[in-house]
Design a protein around this ligand. Sequence first.
Ligand SMILES: [Zn+2]
Length: 434
Amino acid sequence: MKTWTGKGLTTTQGRPKDSSSPGCGTGGMQIGRILIVSLFLLFSSIQGIDVKPQKELYMPNYRFYHNLKLIDDEIQYLLKFPNYVKLFSQYRSRQNRPQYLLHICNFTEIRRKKPQILFSYGEHAREFLPVESAIFFLRNLTGGLLPHADLYSKQFTHRILSQSDLYIILMANPDGRHYIEQTSNYCWRGTSSGVDLDRNFDWEFGGKGSTSNTQDEEYRGNEPFSEPESVVFQEISAEVSFDAFFSFHSGINHIYIPYSDTRSRILHREPDNVDEMMKLASQLSHCSRHWYKYGTSHQLINYTADGTIFDYMAGVRKIPFSFTIELWGKQHQGLSCFDLFNPESQELKELVQSLHPLYINIIQYLAEWKSSNQPNMVNPNLVPLLAVRAPLYGTGLHAFGHHGCCVGIGLSPQKAQELSELLSAPANSLAQNA
Ligand SMILES: [Zn+2]
């Protein structure tokens, strides 16, 4: 049974866990391990349960949730702000659905030094909540651009846009979402070919923290990057020298830092910037009412995952900050799926509001970090921009490196304080456009 707890990166109890030395020795962890093993033994005789529909306790009401059509409507709305929102429309799924890579920045301002951040949503089809949190964030972000916006909204929007350079993959796996909408199989996690996109990347691909079993929801695919959906991650991370990457999931309240793979657990391998990542994880764990636990997946739930996107971003692309954030989860022992990863429709708005502080804390922390610690940082893995993508951008909406968002000055201490005060306001006051 793979849909009981802690899944995004993570998750799933169907495959046997790596039995090598765990990274955490607390009593709570021991109890957790016993429980997980018990559940594995209880449900291991159920074949393919994680890719078959279950009887759901509740399902999404699309007056509250966004289906693919409504997500596209949101994109069209955001494109009404061309000075701040640009869409890369060339990135599409195997079945030719858009993945919606957005670039959010004040393209009209003078150049300044800002953190370049990549947010990813919708890698796992059944996790609707992360996409909803992104839409809420984007609605707030553009709310201050409206003619009738109040002063507070305008100030909030101005500060966020002028002090961050955001790239957002809003729907990494649209075919999987389409499959759910067509079949009402709310347990579906993979792409149209059943591959777990978050096991399909070229960092320890093929390890025990994934599987070659095509009937398992952690099926990794035949080879790294076998899925067309992986291309957007590869290319954008080659072209932009990101300071941070965040892969948003749901299923449990955890923040994972690299590395999650099986080999790193054995070798005690860590990224160079692990101490800074732990600082940010600590701040994020306390900035909302969700009180996230943070650490590596094997420390938190005795679980390894090989070929993940955030390990790839940390290990191959050398992005200084790389996280998987499991935003929320409701653990239970039943067989239903949707309620494991997503709140009831009537609870959705309140929940995404409660997640909003994560975004503003991420941006605040990274803006200050970029300003104070990395004045001249250059990512040695950055591929020269025009050498890679120039032909594709000849008639496109945007060209990298010419948008005025990547270089310049950082935050002054006074500005940082002003931003901190502004961003500490309650999320509810930002919710008028949601
Ligand atoms: Zn997930």
